[in-house]
Design a protein around this ligand. Structure first.
Ligand SMILES: [Zn+2]
Length: 191
């Protein structure tokens, strides 16, 4: 009887079908700058590619920015929270003074965010030819203020001697976007 009730309840909770895609930085905030790369530009490019990849997989999408505009962090969360049940995926690139540091990592703050982060990170490990730096808990403002499952993906180091040119390649960025989309699709129905 209990199992039946649980199944019935589960049926009432729809699987998320909307993804809020957040291209990091923008406008007056360039993010990390490591010539010739501007983080804000690479974030927007991956976000747009992710948007296309998710739509192809049947998801509805919302983008917090679609051009080189500055959007406050709290405004990004406000946009996400207008879509109850949606998941939130923020796209960033990394930089470090140590030019040997490279790889991709995914941050989360909630339990459901962790499930999503692990799925995205696993998917990227399979297809993105760089180093997996794993997932970790971070008290980031966009993750803290977003009500639904939320993650922030650091797609790679624009400062890395070996990864920088990959970050500048659209084929590499497409690979990242496809991997993130697959990682999201893999947890549909479980969050
Ligand atoms: Zn960033």
């Amino acid at each position: 009887m209990l199992v039946m009730v649980l199944c019935w309840l589960a049926g009432l909770l729809p699987a998320f079908d909307t993804v809020v895609i957040d291209a990091g930085h923008g406008g007056k905030d360039p993010g990390s700058v490591w010539k010739p790369h501007y983080e804000k530009t690479l974030c927007l490019d991956v976000a747009k590619r992710l948007n296309t990849a998710l739509k192809a997989r049947g998801f509805k999408t919302v983008m917090t920015r679609t051009d080189d505009t500055y959007v406050e962090l709290s405004e990004r969360a406000v946009i996400a929270n207008k879509h109850p049940g949606a998941i939130f995926v923020s796209i960033h690139f990394n930089a470090n003074r140590d030019r040997t540091v490279r790889g991709f990592e995914t941050h989360y703050r909630s339990d459901k965010g962790k499930v999503l982060a692990e799925s995205i990170q696993e998917s990227m490990k399979k297809s993105v030819p760089s180093r997996s730096r794993g997932v970790d808990w971070e008290d980031l403002k966009v993750l803290r203020e977003t009500k639904g499952p939320a993650v922030l993906v650091e797609c790679g180091f624009i400062s890395s001697r070996t990864e920088s040119s990959d970050c500048g390649s659209w084929k590499h960025r497409q690979m990242i976007a496809d991997a993130i989309a697959s990682g999201i699709a893999a947890v549909k129905g479980t969050l």
